[in-house]
Design a protein around this ligand. Sequence first.
Ligand SMILES: NC(=O)c1ccc[n+]([C@@H]2O[C@H](COP(=O)([O-])OP(=O)(O)OC[C@H]3O[C@@H](n4cnc5c(N)ncnc54)[C@H](OP(=O)(O)O)[C@@H]3O)[C@@H](O)[C@H]2O)c1
Length: 333
Amino acid sequence: MELTLESVPMGDTGLSVSEIAFGTWRFGRETDAGSTEIDRETAHDLLETYEAAGGRFLDTADIYGDGDSERWLGEWLEERDREDFVVASKIYWPTAEGDPNRKGLNRKHLRRQLDTILDRLGTDYLDVLYIHRWDDATPAREFLRTLDGFVDDGRVHYLGASTLRPNAWKVARANEVARRAGWEPFTVTQPRYNLVDREIEGEYLEFCREQGLGVVPWSPLAQGFLTGKYERGAGVPSESTAAESEGWADRYLTDENFDALDVVRAVASEAGATPAQVALAYQTHHPDLTAPIVGARTTDQLAENLRAATVSLSDDQFDRLETAKAGPFDALL
Ligand SMILES: NC(=O)c1ccc[n+]([C@@H]2O[C@H](COP(=O)([O-])OP(=O)(O)OC[C@H]3O[C@@H](n4cnc5c(N)ncnc54)[C@H](OP(=O)(O)O)[C@@H]3O)[C@@H](O)[C@H]2O)c1
């Protein structure tokens, strides 16, 4: 695949990352219908497609595929120079049922999980370690100090906070505590963001901009809705895993979202691109965002998505996409 993704700075850090990241959440994932969404062979094909396009920014988590995402990624990296890639993983969700110390951000769970992650990936370090969610049951000082230790001993390069939309103030306060203590602060965030899930617009994005944090959005295609494969009033196509998830259709297949999708389709037709490419190009053009983490179930989907890097949007097209659906604060203005 002839396309070389460009590098962009990750916020105010010195790290450069690919302008589109590839997410491995669906590797080894059991769907609600009981099948495996992406098996090992397809996972490796997808990684090769991403690599062939020049992609170097890989996203995983300790719980994805019950560890298979990291294992399969580690096997794939073994055949390559690990130094060529920026690898991010995450810790928070329970890793054993019924054991309060096997979940969250307590020191015991963080230390055990980092050991497990590095072992599965076959690497000495993570480029980015995210807290997958905020943990109100653990004092922030405890996990900040533990995370700082990981940076100190070289096993983690940068710290990130994922999905903290309602909690931007907690990260602001935590970073202040970290700075006063001389500990490493969070320098990158990973929120959900796409043209129909806009809850981070306003305060959250302003906070990230003001603090110089990298912003790496997940589900940039609204789990496939923004590819245009769903039609108003037509139910869900068989080629859709998202639609198997409880609540997904009620949340996404709304008139308001289809109105936003009409704008995406119109811009796509002007730009000679697909709706998926336009939805991703909106993010690569967005001044507050670092790199969307795209997902794909097949190599054809991924190849289509990565070509978003070749799509150029005019200011007018960007503005129409930006206003295609109201953000959380629009009604207050
Ligand atoms: N931090 C967090 O809490 C969090 C949460 C979620 C995700 N993430 C990260 O973000 C990554 C991406 O999330 P996501 O998978 O939801 O992203 P997404 O890009 O919004 O959705 C990907 C899904 O959309 C469909 N799709 C993608 N491209 C398509 C195309 N060109 N044509 C038709 N259908 C297409 C596929 O599903 P179907 O074919 O089955 O419809 C695919 O699996 C994850 O892998 C993970 O790394 C992080």
